[in-house]
Design a protein around this ligand. Structure first.
Ligand code: GLU
Length: 554
């Protein structure tokens, strides 16, 4: 067979050679040991939390080695694509501060010398490589129709073939003569380009996965499709061409691709390219509430599968990143303890510390991490973040919250600038409810009164307190005043004393202050009440005390 002739017949317009591409995309000039990684999503308009997980791994590994992480858009599968499916993905990365060094930057925009970074714009490259494979006799056109392929599958079923697919005696087009091929082409028959595998059922290959170790698998024997009938490459072929010419050193991708590695290695070798290092990451799982079993975090069932969920509910980017890193690297928590204030992105990410099986994404743990992260932010930062979030997701709240920035910052500062800040808020969508009593009159619910306080006692407490309340007093004086009115009302001013002789009292000073808290805020648990009352101001406090008292009268 004259392969050169066949190559020209199949790719008459391709004039470039693989050598031209080698020159166009030279090896990168990077320090020794630098890693080049890529994140390669399809433009589905959806960024799965597992994707953020993968991208974070790419970026951190490149960063830790002074390498390059780039973003490539894999849009060869038109079925998965939606109009402008890139922006939502980029938005997810932007929101969580995951920054690539090169690649796609927007709808139709990109940066870097190894592009284009969108597969649909790389047809020329795939065709150059495809043509060279035909020239070497390593690829051939296949004219089988869908019906013929179905018949082939049925035949394999009847035969009980252990391996299914287009190979060996089932590969009908593998050995067509030039005359047959020419006749088919002249007749305008559609064709796909197939790899001519030299694999054997009896041989196995081994390769290293950097988190799973040595893996052994049967060699690939399938004559995989490289180009579809419209000339668009399959994932397998595009992966090989792109990761070679973009000079990727480490292919980090989901474990669902692990079984394809023998195919990929065969293709890299056929093209004469160096095989990159592979890292197959564990899937992100969750505990199913109904069954109690671990299962994949599902786009359909779990709102938290979408990165947009964390943007909409207002998880700070630091919280999600912090939590993902605890899942990704088993030594992150130790590092965090040793470097409490450090930027998470400076964590020396270690591939060897990555989990090789499903890691559990637990929203409750994220919530705890986030409460901690937020508790360490200063009030100004929290104000700015909440304002930014609310502007988009809760404009009504944004209007009241930003009307007086100084007031809002002050209320966020209560119990914040202290050695043990409160951990009340995990995400910004909790803030409107959390701060509600500062902006709206709270209701008064007598069922929330402490056990040791009857409605009559509560009335007596409120009546006694209103005239002696002094908004100018500091915390100590404020509490001393509450204590001072306790004995007359039958409540013990000191909790310790009360505990020794509870029979002598109705309750203690804590019960009394809870009644005041309930009247002023509608709640039994709030940050420091003295400061809350100072910020609300005398007028509002007195109104609320009065309102609660009259509610109890009714
Ligand atoms: N486009 C592939 C996917 O979305 C990427 C796999 C890879 O990273 O190689 O699953």
């Amino acid at each position: 067979m004259d392969y050169q002739k066949l190559a020209n017949l199949l790719f008459p317009d391709v004039t470039l050679t693989p050598e031209d591409l080698e020159l166009r995309y030279p090896p990168r000039d990077l320090p020794e040991g630098a890693r080049v990684t890529r994140f390669a999503p399809s433009p589905t308009g959806f960024l799965h939390v597992g994707g953020l997980f993968g991208a974070l791994t790419d970026v951190m590994i490149a960063r830790a080695s002074k390498g390059v992480a780039y973003l490539r858009i894999e849009d060869t599968d038109k079925k998965r694509e939606i109009a402008d499916g890139v922006s939502a993905i980029l938005e997810g990365f932007r929101a969580f501060g995951v920054r690539f060094d090169e690649g796609v930057t927007g709808f139709g925009t990109e940066t870097g010398d190894y592009g284009p970074y969108t597969q649909s714009r790389r047809k020329e490259i795939y065709h150059v490589v495809a043509k060279s494979l035909v020239e070497k006799g390593l690829a051939y056109p296949c004219f089988c129709t869908a019906e013929e392929l179905t018949a082939l599958r049925e035949q394999q079923e009847t035969d009980g073939a252990a391996i299914r697919g287009y190979f060996g005696k089932y590969a009908r087009c593998r050995d067509l003569s030039m005359e047959q091929i020419e006749a088919n082409l002249t007749a305008g028959k559609p064709w796909v380009l197939r790899f001519r595998s030299d694999g054997s059922e009896d041989r196995r290959i081994t390769f290293d996965d950097l988190i799973r170790g040595k893996i052994e698998m049967p060699e690939n024997i399938i004559d995989e499709v490289l180009l579809k009938s419209d000339g668009i490459p399959t994932y397998h072929f595009a992966h090989v061409c792109d990761d070679h010419f973009m000079r990727t050193t480490h292919v980090i991708r989901g474990e669902e691709w692990l079984s394809s590695v023998p195919k990929h290695i065969a293709l890299f070798k056929a093209c004469g390219y160096r095989v990159p290092k592979y890292v197959h990451t564990a899937q992100v799982m969750k505990l199913d509430e109904e069954t109690g079993d671990k299962r994949k975090l599902s786009k359909r069932k779990d709102p938290e599968a979408a990165v947009s969920y964390f943007v909409e509910t207002g998880f700070p980017k630091e919280s999600l990143i912090e939590y993902l890193l605890t899942l990704l690297n088993s030594n992150f928590e130790d590092w965090r303890r040793a470097n409490p204030g450090a930027d998470a992105m400076d964590f020396p990410f270690n591939l060897k510390k990555m989990a090789s099986s499903g890691c559990l994404f637990d929203l409750l743990k994220l919530t705890d991490v986030s409460k901690n992260v937020i508790s360490h932010m200063d009030a100004k930062t929290v104000y700015a973040r909440v304002a930014e979030w609310a502007k988009v997701y809760d404009p009504d709240f944004a209007a009241v919250f930003t009307a007086d920035p100084e007031f809002s910052t002050a209320i966020l500062n209560i119990d914040r600038d202290v050695p043990k800040p409160r951990k009340d808020v995990a995400k910004w969508d909790e803030v409107p409810q959390y701060l509600d009593y500062f902006f709206h009159e709270p209701g008064f619910d007598p069922s929330l009164l402490p056990e040791r306080v009857s409605p009559e006692d509560a009335r007596a407490i409120l009546r006694a307190y209103a005239p002696i309340y002094d908004p100018a007093e500091d915390k100590d004086a404020w509490f001393a005043r509450i204590k001072s009115m306790c004995p007359d009302l039958g409540y013990c001013p000191e909790v310790k004393v009360y505990k020794k002789e509870p029979e002598n009292w109705k309750g203690h000073a804590g019960d009394v202050s809870t009644v005041i808290r309930l009247a002023v805020t509608g709640r039994t648990n709030t940050p420091d009440l003295c400061t809350v009352m100072q910020l609300l101001g005398r007028k509002k406090v007195l109104e609320r005390l009065e309102k609660a008292e009259s509610a109890l009268r009714a």
